[in-house]
Design a protein around this ligand. Structure first.
Ligand SMILES: Nc1ncnc2c1ncn2[C@@H]1O[C@H](COP(=O)(O)OP(=O)(O)OP(=O)(O)O)[C@@H](O)[C@H]1O
Length: 434
């Protein structure tokens, strides 16, 4: 069952916009065995020729569903992010939409011109030069020779590949091929642009230029579907996202919520998913140490243990310790990395850096890091925890405490939660413009 995650605002805005792409109940099966798949293809062609072929919902030996009953719509000017683990069917879906392969059932309806940027160099002939490929590629996308002549200089300017334009495309780096592919696609002025990871190979400057151009194209009414394994690209560009897994549409709707669901499924399994508590077996701990950690958890300000810390809410991170003697000048240090994306460090805190040494008597103790507001956005994180004395003697360390942050506040595709209030006053700081 597909979960529909939609904000009211987004749905209302979209009602005004015309549907440019409609995908209805699309399924596609493939065969894992090459020989058998050739045999099935021959069988299918033969039965189709004699007119007895029926679309079958059944899988033959070695077949599997690469896509199963996928339906969605794309509206004019909309940016849709398509996410899912490797092999979940994203490229297959884009290939079906662009007409490169036929679905086994269901249909795709397109209004206007579609430009697929599907694989590196897709549509490029490796032995032709960049110049020749621009003509070949843009004419496949529907432009006349005269139209291509008029746009040729603009494509060259945008691609910034200089003299390499007269070299065969097979001598291009992946980034150069992506530049040329993107430039050709945007100058065909498509109604729908399909982008499958190609931007990931461009350098940062070129990617920034592409994203600026995409924003401009959207203002002019171009819709696009962006496939990316980089959550930041999806979160910053797309207003809606779709999450595929094993060919099934798992969730669709608000980008933040869909990405959150995807990241939870990707990084957590079973028990970990519903627990913000990590209990450590005393036997496995270093019980020789004067202090060792026996649990980690999150609590709310009433000190209830939380399954999930929540963005924007008062949150206590608690470390339960077994202690055998009085200790001074202790520091609790935490380093939090985001498990999606590039494992970026999002928080690095320690009592030592805060000039706040902790004193512990010889009783078992819970050390708390009290956060008036949790600034982390919804997502999946991993935390390293260290307890040391004078930042030199390490007592205990936990290398990875995984937890999920949920959101109940509006984050609006940004990276952290900012506590805030809005106000209007009648006091002006300046009464006259200089
Ligand atoms: N022509 C084909 N013949 C057989 N199997 C195929 C074919 N094309 C794709 N597949 C299989 O279909 C499944 C979906 O592949 P697809 O390329 O759509 O995944 P994806 O979500 O784009 O993956 P990635 O994130 O790795 O690019 C995979 O198991 C893949 O091996």
């Amino acid at each position: 069952m597909t979960i529909s995650i939609a904000s009211q605002e987004t749905s209302e805005q979209q009602l005004d916009n015309e549907v440019v792409l409609s995908v209805e109940g699309v399924s596609k099966k493939f065969c894992r065995d090459l020989k058998r798949s050739l045999l099935y293809a021959v069988q299918d062609i033969a039965t189709e020729l004699v007119g007895i072929r029926q679309k079958s919902e059944k899988l033959r030996r070695d077949e599997f569903w690469a896509l199963k009953d996928v339906s969605f719509q794309l509206r004019r000017g909309e940016a849709l992010g398509l996410v899912g683990p490797n092999g979940s069917g994203k490229s297959t879906l884009l290939r079906i939409i662009s007409g490169l392969i036929k679905p086994d059932s269901g249909f795709v309806e397109i209004k206007g011109r579609i430009a697929p940027l599907i694989a590196l160099g897709a549509g490029f002939n490796p032995i032709l030069t960049g110049r020749e490929n621009i003509y070949a590629n843009m004419s496949i996308l529907g432009l006349s020779k005269k139209e291509i002549d008029e746009r040729f200089e603009a494509v060259l300017d945008f691609a910034e590949i200089g003299a390499a334009i007269d070299a065969p495309v097979q001598t291009y780096s992946s980034g150069m091929a992506a530049r040329l592919g993107f430039a050709c696609a945007i100058y065909t002025e498509p109604d729908i642009l399909l982008i499958d990871e190609v931007l990931a190979v461009g350098d940062i400057k070129f990617r920034a230029k592409c994203y600026r151009r995409l924003a401009k194209l959207r203002e002019q009414g171009t819709s696009f579907i962006l496939v990316s394994h980089n959550p930041h690209s999806i979160l910053s560009i797309c207003d809606r996202a779709m999450y595929l897994s094993k060919g099934n549409l798992i969730a669709t709707g608000n980008t933040d919520l869909v990405m959150n669901r995807y990241e939870q499924d990707l990084f957590l399994n079973g028990l970990e998913k519903s627990s913000g508590l990590m209990l450590l077996s005393e036997k496995a701990r270093n019980s020789e140490s004067d202090l060792y950690i026996i649990y980690l958890c999150f609590k709310d300000k009433e000190e209830n243990i939380l399954d999930y810390p929540i963005t924007g809410e008062p949150t206590y991170f608690c470390v339960g310790c077994k202690v055998s003697k009085k200790l001074n000048d202790l520091s609790l240090a935490i380093l939090i990395t985001e498990m999606s994306g590039e494992n970026d460090i999002v928080l690095n805190l320690s009592a030592y850096m805060d000039d706040c040494p902790l004193q512990i008597d010889d009783k078992n103790t819970e050390i708390q890091l009290q956060m008036p507001y949790l600034g982390l956005k919804p997502g999946v994180y991993s935390m390293k925890v260290h307890i040391a004395q004078n930042s030199l003697t390490l007592f205990d360390a936990i290398e990875s405490f995984r937890f999920t942050v949920k959101g109940n506040k509006s984050m609006n595709q940004c990276s952290f939660y900012q506590p805030r209030a809005w106000k209007v006053t009648n006091k002006l700081s300046y009464t006259q413009l200089v």
